[in-house]
Design a protein around this ligand. Structure first.
Ligand SMILES: *Cc1c(COP(=O)(O)O)cnc(C)c1O
Length: 370
């Protein structure tokens, strides 16, 4: 699905030098590379505070810990997402309230959010799924009306732009009160291990988040609150500094590959190519098609039998997962998500995909459909 080797080959000299330099420096934890990466990603996203941490799940957890919610408070998120989004809500003792998505864009549906709000609702967690922004203007409006926090899950859309109706353009992950992203190797900005980062424009919240990520420590060995230990290590920061300089190019390559797939599948009535979400650019974390007629699992098996990778993101919605089953939701509760989970499949998508590789993938899909 990705070709991390080909990507490394193109920046090998820079990366090798940076890694060796951290190893020689022995500043493996909280070294100068972490500080530099922090300020560079703050300027890239145009956000006041970046707080690097150990992975994207931690980023979301720490972001939510920083808001001071109480057990039993309700947090609204989409049922069509990766499990981490709801996991941290449940882990902290808050109640995940799941809602349906828009079946064209795969993004959380603002009307469904409105319908799910109760007096206990304290936050909304929009997920910028597959590389596009959730409808943030509507979401921020709802949040303002009901005095709710907005925590963006930006693990899949770093670098995407969202344009408000007054023309203001902001990067995803800088619009809500706080956001989290992941630097898992296959993400659009991936390191060579685990990594993550929290972002906010709020000075007090940033101070609190830094403390939480560092054992709740205010001064060394003085702990003001129960925190966690979550750090981005210096080698990963050094790698990310280099890859951040290439991020726009990586995202442009993905977008071009997405457009190329779109054109190739435009005349296939059985397939629905991914719609573009209004007001958002698309950084194609995933290229996700919907099979409109026929058996999706069989199709994916046929494609893979030709040695072409294909994946299903995601086969089971959160409300039908064993761990998140709840009396509030039965099968059929979220028809759009359930339809998507039965019909979606994703094709290889990365920044080094060649047109020859795409032609092979496209032909394999077409043959497999027959
Ligand atoms: C990858 C991902 C995460 C978690 O990131 P990790 O670094 O793997 O912990 C969270 N949410 C979404 C939507 C993701 O895709």
């Amino acid at each position: 699905m990705v070709d991390l080797g080909a990507q490394y080959d193109l920046i090998k000299n820079e990366i090798d030098e940076a890694v060796h330099s951290v190893v020689r420096s022995t500043a493996y934890i909280n070294g100068p590379e972490v500080k530099s990466f922090q300020s560079e990603i703050e300027s890239y996203l145009d956000v006041k505070h970046a707080i690097p941490c150990a992975n994207g799940t931690d980023a979301l957890q720490i972001a939510m810990m920083g808001l001071g919610l109480k057990p039993g408070d309700e947090v609204i998120t989409a049922t069509f997402t990766y499990v981490a989004t709801a996991e941290v809500i449940a882990l902290l003792g808050y109640t995940p309230v799941l809602v349906d998505v828009n079946e064209d864009t795969f993004q959380i549906d603002p009307e469904a959010i409105r319908a799910a709000i109760t007096p206990k609702t304290k936050a909304i967690v929009p997920v910028h799924l597959f590389g596009q922004s959730a409808p943030m203007e509507d979401i921020m409006k709802i949040a303002e009306e009901h005095d709710l926090f907005v925590v963006e899950d930006n693990a899949q859309a770093i670098g995407a732009d969202y344009t408000f109706s007054d023309g203001t353009v902001k990067k995803t992950g800088t619009i809500g009160h706080v956001s989290g992203t992941s630097f898992f190797p296959s993400k659009n900005l991936g390191c060579y291990g685990d990594g993550g980062c929290i972002f906010t424009n709020d000075d007090d919240l940033a101070h609190n988040l830094r403390q939480i990520a560092n054992h709740g420590q205010s001064v060394r060995y003085y702990h003001d609150q129960v925190g966690v230990n979550s750090r981005l290590d210096s080698i990963q920061a050094a790698i990310l500094r280099i890859k951040l300089r290439h991020l726009d190019r990586y995202n442009t390559s993905r977008r071009e590959a997405g457009d190329y797939y779109d054109a190739a599948f435009a005349d296939m009535p059985q397939l629905k190519t991914p719609s573009r979400a209004p007001q958002s650019s698309h950084v194609f974390h995933q290229y996700t098609l919907q099979l409109l007629e026929g058996n999706r699992n069989e199709l994916v098996e046929k494609i893979m039998a030709h040695d072409v990778p294909a994946m299903i993101y995601y086969p089971v919605p959160l409300h039908m997962q064993k761990a998140y089953k709840d009396d509030r939701y039965s099968e059929g509760a979220f028809p759009k998500t359930e339809k998507l989970c039965a019909g979606v499949f994703s094709l290889p998508m990365h920044s080094e995909l060649t047109r020859e590789q795409q032609d092979l993938i496209i032909n394999t899909v077409k043959i497999s459909l027959k």
